[in-house]
Write a protein that binds this ligand. Sequence first.
Ligand SMILES: [Zn+2]
Length: 306
Amino acid sequence: MRCSVLLAIVGLLAFGCGSKEAGKDDGGKLRVVSTVGMIADAVKEVGGEEVESIGLMGPGIDPHLYRATAGDVEKLESADVIFYGGLELEGRMTDIFVKMAGRGTPTHAVSERVPGAELREPPEFHGKFDPHIWFDVLLWKHAVESIRDGLAKARPASTAKIGERADAYLKKLDDLHRYVQEQVARVPKEQRILITAHDAFGYFGKRYGFEVIGIQGTSTATEAGAGDLRRIADLITQKRVKAIFVESSVPPATIEALQKAVQSRGWNVAIGGELFSDAMGQAGTPEGTYIGMVRHNVDTIVGALL
Ligand SMILES: [Zn+2]
């Protein structure tokens, strides 16, 4: 509830005060500042030579806990357009987005287009929506459409070019969605149990048919309790789950503790590899793009659970 009110305020401010930069069309590149890498990557794909895409959060960075640095604030203040995930993904930056929208900088939450019925709101999230929409490739297409429209609004003369690039990227995402479906289909249904450090993969599970268990809640700001660990260790042992997974943006201690707890119950569960959950891999590597990150995740999951 609180979240949607805040988003509404941001939306109103962005709408009401968007005249400062909107329509700016001086031929130079649009300075577009985004929070997580997945958004900055989509801005680059859709904006092409029209934009300078600046991502604030690099590899290994946890958006739930991230606080803007003085340098980030400078970047945000000089931005022509700002994109963020929303749904409290960047829980400690909400005030800054409100402030930037109030200054007249077009500021968009890329989750705003996702149909309400598609949003996950499990009881353990205490009335909040799950912000990790990029794990369902079809939902992420809505984010790309938000980015397309946000860029076109800021650079109306390039609307056609932006639209063409967006179409091409959306087609690639359709291919990616099919790839994930094909890979997941290789894993027998009863083995489709995905256990990770924090509850980021719910949309992945919903779309691609996995039971997903995160040891921490939907945000890494909540700690896992000893009771949770015991319960999950029992389940892994009982169901003979082959592998559990660490995440690139969450310290591995919890997953390692879980592995030990399972071992003490007489079952060896492997650590199946590192998944990119809330941050992409290093720039210049395949995992440094959204598409590469999703392919890496599904390959790692399928490889370890088969
Ligand atoms: Zn997360």
